[in-house]
Design a binder for this molecule. Structure first.
Ligand code: B12
Ligand code: SF4
Length: 489
């Protein structure tokens, strides 16, 4: 380690409607090598500071650069506000954008006068090299993944390949006010943690493929267990939600992590994402080990109850796989949380009935299993992004116009809004009420008027789903009115 020769300010802009604030892992990942190299890092999380601009401006005063982490959607609105404010106050201070959005659209992002540099892809090495160059008064030319402006012209770097993270220094949880990031989730004190980056699969709707080129890199098992032990012992964490896009890529590593957790007697519960077939293909004793090591929830992409739709998106899984994995999780005592997707390009509006039937079968296995419905949104970088443009999707022309882009709204001209309404109503509103999970059942158990309203809603929804009768959906309309959106179903 060298003496501190410079400071880097990292900012996590606000997100929309985030009830629980998760640790800003992208920035903590960057802070690790910077701090090891002797740089001072000031991490400002705009989600937990009100008002946030004065603090960001103060932290930026003596920085070599300010780096913002930006994902497509609402976060852009705050990132633009912050960046403009930085430029007004410190015209010479380099403003750097990284994360999924800028990585996929570097030209468009650099066209804005409030962004000086874009870092594409994985940021650990680029953030460090950039700090060294700016400290030494050198140009960022040639740093892998770093795009910048030269005489007003954008210099766009190739998207860099994924670099191994096995030797990365520890993720610095101590730069956070950690109590602000303890979330009641799998445990009362759940902490977000990442142990790997990338995913070897290539689902058409997912930006991951372009971001990390179907590569995958992870911390060695021992390092992961060390980190978990530190979280438990130093911060009294009782559960971890893995932010890994695909925690289960290496069976060998999963086995070693689980054995390590058990050997060290770590009393910890955890949740992670897995592909349906991956978990089915695990030998039963490994699945049992995963449970024994504390896994209590898995997030799986079921995507659809229609086999034709699964073939259409090349998901390489079957509806029967979804039911099989449900039975496996149920037998183990692991909660399965599924996502489904509708409205892919070129897909005929398919019968919601198939997915509804799949959900009923899942709920018959375990009522606590959840199924969420989403509509396909062409995120930049997703393999289906270009096809969506050919089919009439008009991507926003300027960075800030991407701020309204999220999975709750419809962005694709080939989908009839009434179809989306029906999916939202049946899959995400009536179905969860008809077959309530643990949380809703708890709300129904009370004695006040609220609990009575939930019970009435449950009976009504159960009747509607059983009879497939969604005519005159006044409960749904009321909910929409209360959410301030109005509109007919
Ligand atoms: C945790 C998470 C969340 C958390 C919040 C994040 C947080 N930390 O607070 C929550 C649950 C709130 C969330 C919400 C959403 N999320 Co999210 N989320 C993730 C998830 C699972 C992990 C992110 C993470 O921490 N990764 C670990 C870190 C170490 O890696 P990283 O993020 O890739 O960061 C690296 C690079 O991006 C880069 N980098 C990042 N920032 C910066 C900044 C600088 C200056 C530099 C130099 C480099 C750099 O370097 C980092 C280190 O290598 C990712 C998937 C994934 N595994 O990454 C999706 C992901 C980021 N989410 C995504 C989406 C779409 C959403 C939603 C918009 C979904 C929705 N429902 O609409 C919402 C946003 C809603 C809102 N509230 O506004 C997409 C983003 C796609 C895109 N084009 O932007 C992802 C990639 C999932 C996917 N595969 O589609 N999410
Ligand atoms: S959807 Fe999941 S499995 Fe498919 S590419 Fe994205 S992260 Fe990987």
């Amino acid at each position: 380690m060298t003496d501190s020769t410079g400071k880097v300010t990292l900012v996590f802009p606000r997100l929309r409607r985030e009830s629980n604030v998760w640790a800003p892992l992208p920035l903590m990942a960057l802070a690790a090598p910077l701090m090891e190299d002797g740089f001072e890092v000031s991490l400002v999380d705009a989600r937990i500071i009100h008002p946030h601009l004065p603090e960001i401006l103060a932290a930026a005063a003596d920085a070599l650069y300010v780096g913002l982490s930006v994902m497509t959607g609402y976060q852009i609105r705050d990132a633009v506000l912050i960046s403009r404010s930085l430029k007004e106050t410190y015209p010479e201070l380099p403003v750097v954008w990284g994360g999924y959005h800028a990585s996929m659209l570097p030209e468009q992002t650099l066209a804005e006068d409030y962004v000086d540099i874009v870092v594409r892809g994985q940021g650990q090495q680029a953030a460090l090299e950039l700090a060294r160059r700016l400290r030494d008064g050198e140009s960022p030319e040639g740093i892998a993944g770093v795009c910048y402006k030269r005489d007003g012209e954008a210099v766009i770097a190739e998207h860099p390949p994924l670099v191994d993270i096995a030797d990365m220094p520890p993720t610095p949880y101590d730069i956070l006010d950690i109590e602000k990031y303890m979330v009641p989730d799998v445990g009362a004190r759940t902490m977000k943690y990442f142990s790997s980056q990338g995913c070897p699969f290539g689902c058409g709707f997912c930006a991951e493929t372009s971001m990390y080129g179907r590569g995958w890199v992870g911390f060695p098992a021992e390092r992961v267990v060390d980190d978990l032990e530190l979280l438990v012992k130093r911060y009294s964490v009782d559960a971890v939600d893995f932010a890994d896009t695909n925690f289960f890529v290496s069976k060998k590593r999963v086995r070693a992590i689980c054995e390590g957790i058990i050997e060290r007697g770590l009393d910890i519960k955890w949740a992670a994402d897995v592909r349906t077939r991956q978990f089915i293909d695990f030998p039963p004793e490994l699945r049992q080990l995963v449970y024994d090591a504390g896994c209590r929830r898995l997030l799986l992409g079921a995507e659809s109850g229609s086999q034709a739709a699964l073939e259409h998106i090349g998901k390489k899984t079957t509806v029967e796989d979804t039911l099989r994995v449900s039975r496996i999780c149920n037998d183990l005592g692991i909660i399965a949380r599924f996502t489904t997707m509708f409205g892919f390009p070129g897909e005929p509006e398919r019968d919601i009935e198939d997915t509804l039937r799949m959900i009923e079968s899942i709920k018959a296995i375990n009522e606590d299993f959840e199924v969420h419905g989403f509509f396909f949104a062409p995120y930049p970088g997703a393999p289906l992004y270009q096809e969506s443009i050919r089919l009439g999707f008009e991507p926003p022309a300027r960075t800030e116009d991407w701020a309204d882009f999220d999975l709750t709204e419809l962005h694709t001209p080939w989908v009839d809004p009434r179809y989306k309404e029906k999916v939202d109503m049946v899959i995400d509103f009536y179905m969860p009420f008809a077959s309530p999970g643990r949380e809703l059942r708890r709300k129904m158990e009370g004695s006040g008027p609220r609990a009575a309203a939930y019970r009435a809603m449950h009976r009504l929804a159960a009747w509607r789903v059983a009879h497939r009768n969604f005519d005159h959906p006044w409960e749904w309309k009321l909910k929409r009115l209360r959410a301030g959106r109005g509109g007919a179903a």
